[in-house]
Design a protein around this ligand. Structure first.
Ligand code: SF4
Ligand code: SF4
Length: 295
């Protein structure tokens, strides 16, 4: 079973909840899909076994020694990635999409395609099984593709280890890396919080989630901090047939647990929040999932 934990934005407590699920699962392949700011490895401190490189593309550079500034490349580049400066042709590595057209048409072979910076994927062992995570190279934007690569590798590990459980800590937001996280998952858990922006983020992420699966559940974190907004979120979930599997109280022990390098299940197993998370996990993993998307 694959459970993806997502939220419409950062700071909702998504990673703490993912970590609690990892503790409850006991033997998992845990995947940190937040390649912009992976943090699960800080908590679980895996022993790294493997490091893979991910090159997302190439960009054009001009050899100024041989370029005759004929302008053919600039004329053909659809991305405005080539420009003249004081009569000399230059390339813009940020605007370049790596299509290689200029490389092919240059009459003087003055264009070279060079690899963009390399992102890194790590995998290793930790106290609850195997962990896979990635670190996107600075300035790199192809994180959806990178998340795909990480997930494929996690599947490969799962086929080998047969843990029967994969927990994916998704990136915040609703962009490509979130979609890559949600593709083919069995369950999606949306973490939200009782604020106006929390409700609007929940609405946005729900639309995305329901494109992939209707086995979607909601956890309202810090639900007791704003009873009125928690009520509005409950109402939204009820109208949209999204089961609210836990309303978690605000508990400073969650932060203390992180500081001590533990999940809340390890740090305060008898606490109210741990009891509610345990029940949420039981519901999520025991219900039969219907994979047909609603939208
Ligand atoms: S096509 Fe080649 S030679 Fe002409 S301006 Fe571009 S890089 Fe220079
Ligand atoms: S590789 Fe494509 S996008 Fe990049 S500069 Fe050349 S033509 Fe433009």
């Amino acid at each position: 079973m694959e459970i993806a934990v997502v939220s419409g934005k950062g700071g909702t407590g998504k990673s703490s909840i993912s970590a609690a699920f990892v503790s409850l699962a006991r033997n998992t392949v845990t995947v940190d899909c937040d390649v912009d700011a992976a943090n699960m490895y800080l908590l679980f401190n895996p022993v790294i076994e493997k490091k893979n490189r991910f090159k997302s593309g190439k960009h054009a550079i001009i050899n100024r020694d041989t370029c005759i500034d004929c302008g053919i490349c600039k004329e053909l580049c659809r991305f405005d990635a080539l420009y003249e400066e004081n009569g000399k042709m230059q390339s813009d590595p940020i605007a370049c999409e790596g299509c290689m057209l200029c490389y092919r048409v240059c009459p003087n072979n003055s264009i070279k395609m060079i690899s963009d910076e390399e992102s890194l994927m790590f995998s290793g062992n930790f106290r609850y099984g195997k962990m896979v995570y990635g670190r996107l190279a600075p300035g790199e934007e192809n994180s959806g593709k990178f998340v795909n690569m990480i997930r494929q590798y996690a599947h490969h590990i799962e086929e080998e280890k047969k843990t029967g459980m994969m927990i994916l800590d998704g990136p915040p937001g609703i962009g490509c890396p979130v979609m890559s996280t949600l593709t083919d998952t069995d369950r999606a858990v949306i973490v939200t919080e009782p604020t106006l922006s929390g409700l609007s983020d929940l609405q946005r992420i729900t639309e995305v989630v329901l494109h992939f699966t209707n086995a979607a559940y909601v956890i309202i974190n810090k639900a007791d901090l704003n009873e009125e907004m928690a009520g509005q979120i409950r109402e939204y979930c009820s109208v949209n047939k999204l089961p609210v599997v836990a309303e978690l109280p605000f508990d400073p022990q969650v932060v203390s647990a992180m500081i001590h390098g533990k999940t809340i299940m390890e740090y305060a197993p008898q606490s109210e929040i741990s009891t509610r998370l345990k029940e949420a996990y039981r519901i999520i993993t025991s219900q039969k999932a219907d994979h047909s998307p609603l939208i």
